[in-house]
Design a protein. Sequence first.
Length: 276
Amino acid sequence: MRYSVMAGGKRLRPMLVLAAAEAVAERNGTDIAAVVELTMPAACAIELIHTYSLVHDDLPAMDNDTLRRGRPTAHVVYGEGLAILSGDGLLTEAFHVLSRLPSESALVPAHELAARKLEVVRLIADAAGAAGMVGGQAVDLEAATPGAIPLTEVELKRMHAQKTGALIQGSAVAGAVMAGASDAQRRAIRSYAEALGLAFQIVDDILDVEGVSEDLGKTAGKDAAAGKPTYPSLFGLAESRRLAADSGDRALAALADAGLAGQLPAIVRWVIDRTN
């Protein structure tokens, strides 16, 4: 089963779920189409979580943005109350999907399927919660408060590892788990996704400086306007590009060491070269 790597950052996380599952299936000689079908509910659930995070991130109390994916943000169209509730609903529905689907599989015995699903629920809850995405967003808000002490390089990397990287990493590892990856394969996928998440965030910071709102589908320059810590603000654009490329190389090396491929290398190249 194939799907487009060029689907864009709007669908990066579910694409990673499927690509990681495909890479593991390919390496282990498992039916790729069947494994991708088995993994699809997890991909859908992660997209629900990511979309909820964007709805809440755009709220006036957070980034106060009016444009997302080329359209007016949810609170602009429906008001803050319904935007908050829609985000709550998306998050809740994600875990409903994860617990309910898939209900059976010809590839995996029922007890093993249940164990994989439970592991994925734990992985995604960790990635999306206080130790991951939510915690990183809290640090980001605090760092943008007037008078806040500027983040160091280590603190900036840690913040992005939570805010952006955790769900990217959780997405890839969830796909590996659903595909029946070995411990060594899971570690390789985790290392790959950790480096990929950093590259994605650095490029995101660069695009906030250099990009155009019409191409990005969101407001360009909003990080600088809000006084948020970013890689270009700390290192400059040239060094930020080098750091992104270095992270991409580390992601590719993690795959090569484990003999994993599929579409995962192409995702790295897209992340580094993307313009939106």
